[in-house]
Ligand binder design. Structure first.
Ligand code: SF4
Length: 366
């Protein structure tokens, strides 16, 4: 709680969120107006995800079977520790690893773990790289460095020998810096925006092109997939990434990557449970989330605290449910004002206020 209260006085966080919201809110409205089918997609997606939630083991088995038939080594990690161990044993030590922005990898603290094993690990999303070098945690799951000014970024990047004069100059220099890492990397790691059990395809969206490079250039690629990302077939996976990007405000995304096989290069898939399968009926509702981040930006509490409020990995209103599923319930559930804005803007119609009220009762019983 102390950190959250301190954050309230950090104007830079609320400024960054306000600017991001101003920039994206009208784009979300425009997306819904121009492409009304997105609402239908979200409804269909919700129904498909409810079916997956109710039969997790069936869909996990189906996904594993599809990947194994394609000759891809696949693992199911019951928790964060097991996922780290599996990935650590594949990568071992002394390697160069390029990573894409992934909340599931934040959830298991993968970068820090691989670094401790003696590997050189680089985030390749610009915002996430800045956060890595600054030694901070992402302030928003889609825009991790929204709280940092141009001046801050210029100073932070100096730590890795990048001396830029302004944002544009820094971006160009980071691009050169990362090009060398992509070429030298032994391993590429990504999360997954949606997974199709039918085809075994991993769907990833991005705007920078770094996912494309991280998943194709290194000799070996590892994808970590939260089991909530499993969908029955390609059609739903495609709808999921469309809903996710449209309701964040960047639609269509600059790049859509669909990864199935990587012959002759190697590929591994690690599914992560970490509390998802055993979620009770109320918390299962949170698993319908496509992680568009809209509820965060629109939340009046998040607008002054950013991701400092909500949990170790997932912040803001959606972070309450996700933290309870993947780690624990904190007393921060009492900082929500239960205004209902999060539910109103959620494309998946997740009743977040109801989840938070439920967690308050559970917290008292802990
Ligand atoms: S809870 Fe809803 S609005 Fe929030 S990130 Fe998930 S899908 Fe988006």
């Amino acid at each position: 709680m102390k950190n959250v209260y301190q954050t309230i006085h950090t104007q830079q966080i609320s400024e960054g969120i306000r600017k991001t919201l101003e920039n994206l809110s009208s784009k979300v409205q425009e997306n819904i107006r121009r492409y009304p089918f997105l609402i239908r997609y979200a409804r269909e997606l919700r129904a498909a995800k409810i079916e997956i939630n109710n039969n997790f083991q069936y869909w996990i088995d189906a996904s594993i079977s599809t990947l194994e038939k394609a000759g891809i080594p696949v693992f199911l990690a019951k928790d964060a520790k097991m996922a780290r161990k599996i990935i650590g044993e594949i990568i071992e030590t002394g390697k160069i690893v390029v990573k894409t922005k992934s909340m599931v990898s934040e959830e298991i603290h993968l970068r820090e773990y691989l670094q401790k094993l003696g590997n050189e690990v680089w985030e390749t999303d610009l915002g996430e790289l800045i956060i890595q070098v600054a030694g901070q945690r992402p302030m928003h799951m889609v825009v991790p460095a929204l709280h940092l000014s141009e001046k801050d970024v210029i100073e932070i990047l100096k730590k890795i020998g990048i001396h830029g004069n302004n944002a544009e100059d820094c971006t160009l220099k980071v691009r050169e810096f990362l090009r060398e890492k992509f070429i030298k990397a032994n391993f590429g790691i990504s999360g997954c925006n949606a997974f199709s059990a039918e085809s075994g395809s991993i769907f990833l969206i991005e705007n920078e092109g770094n996912i494309r490079l991280s998943t194709s250039l290194p000799e070996t690629y590892i994808s970590i997939i939260g089991i909530d990302k499993i969908l029955p077939e390609d059609d739903f996976a495609l709808k999921s990434i469309m809903v996710q990007s449209a309701f964040f405000g960047t639609f269509p995304p600059s790049y859509i990557n669909i990864i199935r096989q990587r012959h002759p290069k190697k590929m591994y898939v690690v599914f992560l449970d970490n509390g998802r399968k055993k979620s009770d009926e109320k918390l299962k509702e949170q698993l319908l989330c496509v992680r568009c981040g809209r509820c965060q930006l629109e939340c009046p509490v998040f607008q002054i605290t950013g991701s400092v409020w909500g949990g170790d990995t997932y912040g803001g209103p959606m972070g309450m449910g996700w933290s309870a599923i993947t780690s624990s319930i904190s007393e921060e559930v009492y900082l929500s004002c239960i205004c209902g804005k999060c539910k109103e803007v959620c494309p998946m119609d997740i009743d977040i206020p109801n989840i938070i009220l439920y967690l308050r009762k559970k917290y008292l019983l802990c």
